[in-house]
Design a protein around this ligand. Structure first.
Ligand code: FAD
Length: 393
């Protein structure tokens, strides 16, 4: 039996740990926070994606489609709240229609069931949405991701593994026969290490002697809840046609599991990796981002959209106007601020956003270096992939 240390009790770390326990490994999960899912996993849209957006053949495309199924089955089996609601992607202008058709082609290439519909049929799903044409995606759903994490942590412990909260990992040293893992309080000897540190993935990798090609740059996603009157205008999930130059999907409307509707997230550069509000500033994080040439190259290429996101963050009126493009009638007074999340986005030195999931390995370590959306949906598949890599370690 090998001893595997997993860094991070987000959904990717816990899914990997639970999978390893199932095949008989001894597993210790080390998490710096007091509980699971305190960062990206507990601060996201809660959507089970269907896999329609991603480049055919990419890890994202394959793992999102498979993850849609495995995550739904897992949640149902474990009594975690889940609903397959379907979602409507709406083209609100004639200019957006070609891109909507490209999305429909991509869905077909990825084996995702999605149907182009006219305004009349769209109204059957979402009577109040505006569109000239829409794509109805059957398999999209919503799930309680923190609930999934609690179930995975329970599986780890039931299988003899350990999840240690309040334990920050500060360094690691790989030798020929083991990896020494240094935490805030002690040193642990492991045969193998899997690091799933989300917003700190690149730093943890460097602290273990691994040099990632990309740096994590944090992008905050801000949310509002809709007033009860505005919530009544939304049945399920309503998304805009995404801008293909951007990795983010655009502000959307998402039904919550227990009533109400979430609106968002936008995408603004965050001044701290765990910067959930404008006033959260970390000098270290900011210096790390600003000293990375990739950020300046990205900013130069996306000055317009970046500025628009900033305006939408600072003006509730602008945020409401984006939502009103999807569902007319939503106004600034319908928006109640809700907790935000921060995306860990790996950015290459060239200014290119790492598009696919990114994993780097050494003889005894696997580091997950880019696991943005749809990594929550795909977590059980990512875990399978990581365990496959460890099989040859
Ligand atoms: C705003 C937003 C909306 C999103 N919407 C969706 C969605 O609807 N559907 C979807 O599929 N995906 C969505 N995503 C993406 C999804 O949330 C992430 O891809 C996923 O949660 C990544 O999980 P993770 O375990 O890699 O990271 P995290 O959940 O961030 O977990 C990493 C963990 O590592 C711990 N850690 C870090 N450093 C250390 C250290 N040194 N020592 C010990 N512990 C450490 C952290 O405390 C944290 O608990 C969204 C993300 C955001 C931010």
């Amino acid at each position: 039996m090998r001893h595997v240390v997993v860094v991070g009790a987000g959904i990717v770390g816990l899914a990997t740990a639970a999978r390893l326990v199932r095949q008989g490994e001894r597993v210790t999960v080390l998490e710096k926070e007091a509980g699971p899912a305190r960062h990206q996993t507990g601060r996201n849209s809660g959507v089970i994606h269907s896999g329609l957006y991603y480049a055919p053949g990419s890890l994202k495309a394959r793992m999102a489609a498979a993850g849609q199924r495995s995550m739904t089955v897992f949640a149902r089996e474990r009594g975690v709240d889940v609903q397959i609601t379907g979602k409507l992607v709406v083209a609100t202008t004639a200019e957006q229609v070609p891109q909507l058709h490209r999305l429909a082609d991509r869905a077909a290439a990825n084996g995702v069931s999605a149907t182009l519909v006219g305004p009349q049929a769209a109204r059957d799903h979402e009577p109040h949405a505006r569109c000239v044409e829409a794509l109805w995606v059957e398999t999209t759903g919503i799930v309680d991701y923190p609930g999934v994490c609690r179930a995975l942590a329970a599986d780890v412990e039931a299988g003899g593994g350990e999840v240690r909260y309040g334990t920050a990992v500060t360094a690691g040293h790989e030798g020929p026969g083991s990896v020494r893992v240094v935490t805030s309080g002690e040193e642990i000897a492991a045969d193998l290490v899997v690091a799933c540190a989300g917003l700190h993935a690149d730093r943890v990798a460097r602290a273990f002697g691994v040099t990632p090609s990309a740096r994590i740059v944090p992008f905050r996603g801000e949310y509002f809840e809709l007033s009860p009157a505005a919530s009544a205008l939304v049945n399920g999930l309503i998304y805009p046609v995404p801008d293909p130059r951007f990795p983010f999907l655009g502000v959307h409307l998402t039904k919550a599991l227990h009533g109400g509707v979430h609106a968002g997230p936008n995408a603004v550069f965050a001044t701290a990796r765990e910067g959930y509000r404008w006033r959260d500033v970390s000098v270290r994080d900011l210096a790390d981002s600003l000293s990375w040439p990739g950020l300046w190259r990205l900013a130069a290429r996306n000055a317009g959209p970046g500025l628009r996101e900033m305006v939408r963050s600072l003006s509730r009126r602008a945020f409401a106007a984006s939502l009103a493009e999807l569902v007319p009638g939503i106004g600034p007074d319908d928006l109640v601020p809700a907790p935000s999340g921060v995306r860990a986005q790996a950015l290459e030195r060239s200014g290119t956003l790492a598009d696919d999931f990114l994993v780097q390995r050494t003889a005894r370590q696997v580091h997950v270096l880019n696991a943005p959306s749809p990594a929550a949906t795909a977590a059980l598949e990512i875990a399978e992939h990581i365990v496959g890599l460890l099989a040859t370690a």
